[in-house]
Design a protein around this ligand. Structure first.
Ligand code: UD1
Ligand code: CA
Length: 453
C-alpha cells in the first residue's frame, strides 16, 4: 500500500467566531472541531499527520498533548498553498498526501478513502455541485469535461461565477509532484495569496490526471466560519446520529430533540424520550427506557431499566430492572444490582447497592455499601464527610431505615436491623434489632401560643 501523509490546514484566525477560543477548538457535539478532523484522520491509518497551526497557536497545540502529531507553525497566513509549503520539510518524496482543513469537521472516512485510492498517480479533488456557489473556488472543465483549473470567486469572471461545481478544498495527490507544483505558485491574484488551488493547472501541464470525487452526504464538506454555521452543522450532525440510532432499532420520540455528545451503544428496543442528552460513552442494554430531559454521561444502564424524567446519571452502572427518577441524581462510582429503585430527589454517589433495595424519596447516599432488600426511608442522609475526610457507611441485607435518619459515617447497620425514624446513628446498629436515637415525646400542659402585642 502507498504510504499516506495527512496535512491539516489550521492556521486561519476565525475572526468571525467572535470568541476568545481559537476557531478549531470550538466544540461540535462537545468535541473541538480539530479533534473531529484528527480522529477521522486516524481512522485512515496514516504514516504521519502534520498540523499547520498559527492563530491561537499554543492553546491549540496544548489541547492535543499526547497525540502523535507533527506541529508546524505558519507565522503568517499567506494562503493555502503557502500553508502546504510549510509541511514539505516533514514529508518524504514518495507516497500520497491528503490535505484536510481544521475547520471542516465532519468528513466521513468512506469519502476520504475514495479520494486517497486513486491519488497515487492522480490529483484528486473533493468537489460538490451546490445551488449557491458564492464564495467558493469554481471547478473549470474543458469541452471533454476534464478538469483544467480552479478559479477563486474573487478572480472569477461573470461567466465563471455561473459554475455550480465548487472546490471543497479537500484534495489528495502524489508526493512526487507536490514540491515542484508548489514551487510554481505565485501570488499574482486578486487576494495576493499563494493559492493551493493553482496546482491543478500545473498537474494538467504535467499531464497528471485530475479526478473529482463527491462526498457521500452533502453536509460532509461544510466548513465553519461563524457561530451560525457551527449551530447549523451541530443540528445536521445530531440528526445524522439520531438517524443512525433509528437504523439500529432505537425508538426516539423526537429525533430532532436528542443530543449525542459521544458514542452510544444500544441493545434492542431501547426507547429515548424527548430532550435526552447522551455524553461520553453510554451503553444502554436491551429494553432500556430513558424518560424526557435526562442527562446520561459515561454510564451503563442494565436490561429493562427505566430512567424517568429529569434524571442525571454520570459515571454509574445501573443493573437490570432498576427504576430511577424522576429527578434523581446518580453520580460517579454508583453500581446497582437488579431491581433497585431510586426515586425523586435521591442523590447517590460512590455506592454499591444490592438487588431489590429501595430509596424512593429525598435521600443522600454517599460512600456506602448497601445490601439487598434494604428500604431507605424518606429524608435519610449518610453524613459521609467530616469536613476533612470521607467515611463509609455499611448497610447489611434486609435493613429497614426509618425516615429522616442520619447515618454518621464511619458506621455500620447490620443485616436485618431496623432504625427508628428521626434517628441520628453514630455507632453500630446490631443485627435484627430496633435501634433508635430520639428524645422522648412530651406535651407541655397549659402552654399557650403567644398573642400579638
Ligand atoms: C479555500 C479554497 C477554495 C475553496 C474553499 C472551501 C484556496 C485558494 N481556496 O478558500 O477554492 O472553495 O477553501 O472552503 O485554497 N489556512 C492556513 N494557512 C493559510 C491560509 C489558510 O492554514 O495561510 C487554512 C485555514 O485555517 C482553513 C483552510 O486553510 O482551515 C482554508 O482557508 P480559507 O481561508 O478558509 O480558504 P478560502 O479562501 O475560503
Ligand atoms: Ca473558508
Amino acid at each position: 500500500m502507498t504510504p499516506l501523509y495527512i496535512v491539516v490546514l489550521a492556521a486561519g484566525q476565525g475572526k468571525r467566531m467572535n470568541s476568545a477560543l481559537p476557531k478549531v477548538l470550538q466544540p461540535l457535539a462537545a468535541k473541538p472541531l480539530l479533534a473531529h478532523v484528527l480522529q477521522t484522520a486516524q481512522v485512515l491509518d496514516p504514516d504521519k499527520v502534520i498540523v499547520i497551526y498559527g492563530h491561537g497557536g499554543e492553546t491549540v497545540r496544548a489541547s492535543f498533548e499526547g497525540w502523535d502529531l507533527t506541529w508546524v507553525y505558519q507565522a503568517e497566513q499567506k494562503g493555502t498553498g503557502h500553508a502546504l509549503v510549510q509541511a514539505l520539510p516533514h514529508l518524504p518524496a514518495q507516497g500520497v498526501v491528503l490535505v484536510l482543513y481544521g475547520d471542516v469537521p465532519l468528513l466521513q472516512p468512506h469519502t476520504l478513502e475514495q479520494l486517497i485510492q486513486p491519488a497515487h498517480d492522480a490529483l484528486v479533488l473533493l468537489t460538490q455541485h451546490i445551488p449557491e456557489p458564492g464564495g467558493y473556488g469554481r471547478i473549470l472543465r474543458d469541452d471533454r469535461q476534464q478538469v483544467i483549473g480552479i478559479r477563486e470567486e474573487k478572480d472569477a469572471s461573470t461567466q465563471e461565477k455561473q459554475i455550480h461545481e465548487v472546490n471543497t478544498g479537500i484534495m489528495a495527490m502524489p508526493l512526487e509532484h507536490v514540491s515542484h507544483w508548489l514551487e510554481r505558485l505565485t501570488c499574482a491574484n486578486a487576494q495576493g495569496e499563494y493559492y493551493l488551488t493553482d496546482i491543478v493547472a500545473s498537474a494538467v501541464t504535467d499531464g497528471v490526471i485530475v479526478h473529482t470525487v463527491q462526498p457521500t452526504y452533502d453536509w460532509e464538506a461544510l466548513g465553519i466560519n461563524d457561530k451560525r454555521q457551527l449551530a447549523r452543522l451541530e443540528g445536521i450532525w445530531q440528526r445524522h446520529q439520531a438517524e443512525a440510532l433509528l437504523g439500529r432499532g432505537v425508538t426516539i420520540a423526537d429525533p430532532d430533540r436528542l443530543t449525542v455528545r459521544g458514542t452510544v451503544t444500544c441493545g434492542r428496543d431501547v426507547m429515548l424520550d424527548v430532550g435526552v442528552i447522551l455524553e461520553g460513552s453510554v451503553i444502554l442494554e436491551e429494553g432500556v427506557t430513558i424518560g424526557p430531559y435526562c442527562v446520561l454521561k459515561n454510564c451503563r444502564i442494565g436490561t429493562g431499566t427505566v430512567v424517568q424524567a429529569y434524571t442525571h446519571v454520570e459515571g454509574a452502572q445501573l443493573g437490570a430492572g432498576n427504576r430511577v427518577g424522576p429527578y434523581a441524581r446518580i453520580r460517579p462510582g454508583t453500581i446497582t444490582q437488579q431491581a433497585v429503585h431510586l426515586g425523586n430527589f435521591v442523590e447517590v454517589k460512590n455506592c454499591t447497592i444490592d438487588q431489590a433495595s429501595k430509596a424512593n424519596h429525598l435521600t443522600y447516599l454517599g460512600d456506602s455499601s448497601i445490601g439487598a432488600r434494604v428500604n431507605v426511608g424518606a429524608g435519610t442522609i449518610t453524613c459521609n464527610y467530616d469536613g476533612v475526610n470521607k467515611h463509609r457507611t455499611q448497610i447489611g441485607d434486609d435493613v429497614f431505615i426509618g425516615s429522616d435518619t442520619q447515618l454518621v459515617a464511619p458506621v455500620t447497620v447490620e443485616a436485618g436491623a431496623t432504625i427508628g425514624a428521626g434517628s441520628t446513628i453514630v455507632r453500630t446498629a446490631p443485627a435484627d434489632q430496633l435501634t433508635l436515637s430520639r428524645s422522648r415525646q412530651m406535651t407541655v400542659p397549659h402552654w399557650k401560643r403567644p398573642l400579638k402585642k
